[in-house]
Design a protein around this ligand. Structure first.
Ligand code: MN
Length: 254
C-alpha cells in the first residue's frame, strides 16, 4: 500500500495540514508527523542540542517538539523505518513560499529533507486572502500527488507548489522569482527604554518577470517550481579555476 508522510511547518493543529491529509487519504495510508507548534521560517534547522519527543496523539498522527526537518527524520528513520514512505508531502502552508523566500521556508525544507532521504517530495503553500479556502488547494494537491506517484519520480527533485488566492486559472511550471528587499527592520523601544527589533514589516514585493512563480500566482495560476538541492553555480567553476593556481602557495603552508 502507498504510504504518504504528511508534515508542515505551521504545526499539527493548522487547517492546511488537516485538509491536505484528508484529501490524500483515498490515495494511500497517510501518516502525519508534524511540529507540535508553529515552526514557520524554521528553514532546514535540525535539532542537535536537546532531546526530541515523538508523541502519538491519535492513530497515524504524531507530534514532535522540533522543526519540520526533525519531523521528517524521526518519521523516516524511526517511526516508518521498516516501510519507508513513498512520498513526503509538506503543507499546505498558510502563506506563499516563492522565489528567494524558499531558503527560509520550513515547509520546503521538510520536502528537501525527504529528498535527502531519497524520497520524492512535494511542498504546498497558499497565498491567503479574501474568500480563501484550503479545499480547492487540497483537491489539487491530492491530484498532483497521485500523478507524481504514478510516474517514476526523481527523488532529487522537490516540487514547490504555490496556490493563488482565488479560483485557479490553470497551472504554470515556473522558475523562482526575485524578491524586492525593503528595509524591513522595525526598531522600537521597550517599556524600560531599551531598543528591540522586529524583522519584516511590509509584505514582500517581487521583481516583475515572466515565467516566475510570483508571476504565475499573481495572474491566478497554480505555480509548480522544480527545485533541487545542488546549490553549485556550475557556470562559475571555469571562471574560478585560475584560483587553484594563484592560491596554491597559501594552501601549501601547512
Ligand atoms: Mn508556515
Amino acid at each position: 500500500m502507498t504510504r504518504i508522510l504528511v508534515t508542515n511547518d505551521d504545526g499539527i493543529y493548522s487547517e492546511g495540514i488537516r485538509k491536505l491529509a484528508d484529501a490524500l487519504r483515498p490515495i494511500g495510508e497517510v501518516i502525519i508527523v508534524a511540529p507540535d507548534r508553529e515552526q514557520s521560517a524554521a528553514s532546514h534547522a535540525l535539532t542537535l542540542n536537546r532531546p526530541l519527543r515523538l508523541l502519538m496523539i491519535k492513530e497515524n498522527e504524531w507530534i514532535v517538539d522540533g522543526t519540520p526537518t526533525d519531523c521528517v527524520n524521526l518519521a523516516v528513520l524511526k517511526l516508518l523505518k521498516d516501510h519507508r514512505p513513498d512520498i513526503v508531502v509538506s503543507g499546505i502552508n498558510f502563506g506563499p513560499n516563492l522565489g528567494d523566500d524558499v531558503t527560509y521556508s520550513g515547509t520546503i525544507s521538510a520536502a528537501f529533507e525527504g529528498a535527502l532521504l531519497n524520497i520524492p517530495s512535494i511542498a504546498f503553500s497558499a497565498l491567503v486572502g479574501e474568500h480563501f479556502s484550503f479545499d480547492p488547494c487540497a483537491e489539487f494537491a491530492a491530484e498532483l500527488t497521485r500523478m507524481v506517484l504514478k510516474q517514476e519520480p526523481d527523488p532529487n527533485i522537490v516540487l514547490n507548489v504555490n496556490f493563488p488566492t482565488a479560483a485557479f486559472e490553470g497551472v504554470r511550471i515556473t522558475k523562482l522569482g526575485k524578491r524586492v528587499y525593503s528595509e524591513g527592520i522595525i526598531e522600537r523601544l521597550d517599556p524600560r527604554g531599551r531598543k528591540y527589533y522586529w524583522i519584516g514589516g511590509e509584505p514582500p514585493t517581487w521583481h516583475q518577470a515572466e515565467g516566475t512563480d510570483f508571476d504565475a500566482i499573481q495572474h491566478g495560476y497554480v505555480s509548480i517550481t522544480p527545485l533541487h538541492l545542488d546549490l553549485t553555480h556550475h557556470e562559475s567553476i571555469p571562471r574560478l579555476k585560475p584560483l587553484e593556481e594563484s592560491l596554491a602557495h597559501v594552501a601549501k603552508t601547512r
